[in-house]
Design a protein around this ligand. Structure first.
Ligand code: SF4
Ligand code: SF4
Length: 377
């Protein structure tokens, strides 16, 4: 067994070609082996919060949310180790109970005896201070003795990829998520905030479900893509650095990884990470569709150029959202969730005030119809 400090910078990769109970269990056991199994994290009688990606009420086949079978097998393993399991996340859109039901987590709860943890109230915690000093988190997470962060690997318009670090943003309380978008509109600034959040949430272990990931125009309307992997680490930054490599992103195309590198955080440099279980080269998906945010030279320049004003100038080249009226069903979700309140519904159609749009892409993230496109220069 490796010494604890090396374990922290260890990322474990386990092949998992399909969502089948025995296959997922075998992969999770292999993934946890370098850390001495789930029992190294979970003690008898402890309450463990499993925090999936539950962006919206979406069925598992859409690859929008962490697959319920991964959550179910983890729940059983924790229960076998003597722990009690709580499952919860706050969706960006839709009620939490509905997201649990449609995403298959309600069934997991019924079959395993786990509890649903509703995210309702707020507590203010001290932050690391990369971007903010305090963070309003969901107070209910205190009901658990530890959290296991169970993310989904998906493309993301603002952060290139969403994996372990970004998944902890679901612990930010309710409408504060929108306020943070408004206050930190630039990808690198927002990513520093995400690092603050991740460090405040302090997951004991993070897992990324990349059995079926999402490529293209994620995180809601991209295409499911088989990657055939479960990945895990106690260090969410290291896990994201490896996940970015596997999805064939340059570190600077993923602002959470780029921000961690600028801050010199442990796990931000691939050379320091001990990758175990599988060879990185055998896992890389060289034709992964990185979507609108992951393509290009602009991102590379942004990360390498030290002057903030120049970075900001380059960020100004990010695309604006536009509405495809043929796909829009006038549900109003974009209007209700725009942090900058720059969307109006006129004659049943959303109209965006581009002058004041901060390009946070929340509208694109939450539109269930894929009616918000990011191709307007
Ligand atoms: S663009 Fe999407 S979220 Fe906005 S009203 Fe139309 S369907 Fe709803
Ligand atoms: S219109 Fe969309 S991208 Fe622009 S500020 Fe509103 S939610 Fe963000």
């Amino acid at each position: 067994m490796e010494p604890p400090e090396l374990q922290l910078l260890t990322v474990s990769l386990a092949e998992c070609k399909r969502y089948h109970p025995q296959t997922v269990r075998k992969a999770l056991q292999q993934l946890l082996k370098p850390f001495n199994g789930i029992g190294a994290f979970v003690k008898q009688g402890q309450k463990v919060l499993l925090k999936p990606n539950l962006l919206a009420a979406a069925p598992p086949a859409d690859a929008v949310t962490t697959h319920p079978l991964v959550i179910k097998v983890l729940t059983e393993m924790i229960q076998e180790a003597g722990g009690k399991v709580l499952i919860g996340d706050s969706p960006g859109v839709d009620e939490q109970e509905e997201a649990h039901r449609v995403g298959g987590l309600q069934q997991v709860i019924e079959e395993t005896g786990a509890e649903m943890l509703l995210f309702k109230t707020t507590k203010i915690v001290e932050a690391n201070g990369f971007k903010v000093r305090t963070i309003p988190l969901t107070a209910e997470i205190d009901q658990a003795d530890l959290m296991i962060n169970v993310a989904k690997l998906k493309t993301h318009a603002l952060t290139g990829l969403t994996a372990a670090v970004k998944n902890t943003y679901g612990c930010v309380s309710g409408n504060y998520k929108r306020r943070f978008h408004l206050e930190h509109p630039l990808p690198l600034d927002f990513s520093r905030l995400l690092l603050d959040v991740c460090m405040a949430v302090k997951p004991a272990f993070s897992i990324v479900d990349a059995v079926i990931a999402m490529e293209g125009t994620g995180p809601r309307r991209g295409k499911p893509r088989q990657v055939g992997l479960l990945m895990g680490s106690p260090n969410a930054v290291a896990l994201d650095s490896v996940a970015a490599e596997i999805a064939d992103f340059l570190p600077e195309q993923v602002p959470t990884v780029a921000a961690a590198r600028m801050l010199n955080l442990p796990g931000s440099d691939l050379a320091d990470i001990n990758i175990t279980g599988m060879q990185l080269e055998d896992c890389r998906v060289s034709d992964f569709d990185k979507g609108p945010a992951g393509s290009g030279k602009v991102s590379r320049l942004i990360a390498n150029f030290p002057l903030a004003w120049f970075r900001n100038m380059l960020y100004a080249r990010r695309p604006y959202p536009c509405v495809d009226n043929h796909l829009c069903n006038s549900c109003g979700v974009c209007y209700e969730n725009c942090p900058a309140q720059v969307i109006k519904i006129l004659n049943g159609v959303p109209v965006i005030d581009l002058y004041n749009c901060i390009r946070c892409y929340c509208c694109q993230e939450l539109c269930s119809r894929g009616a918000i496109k990011l191709d307007r220069p």
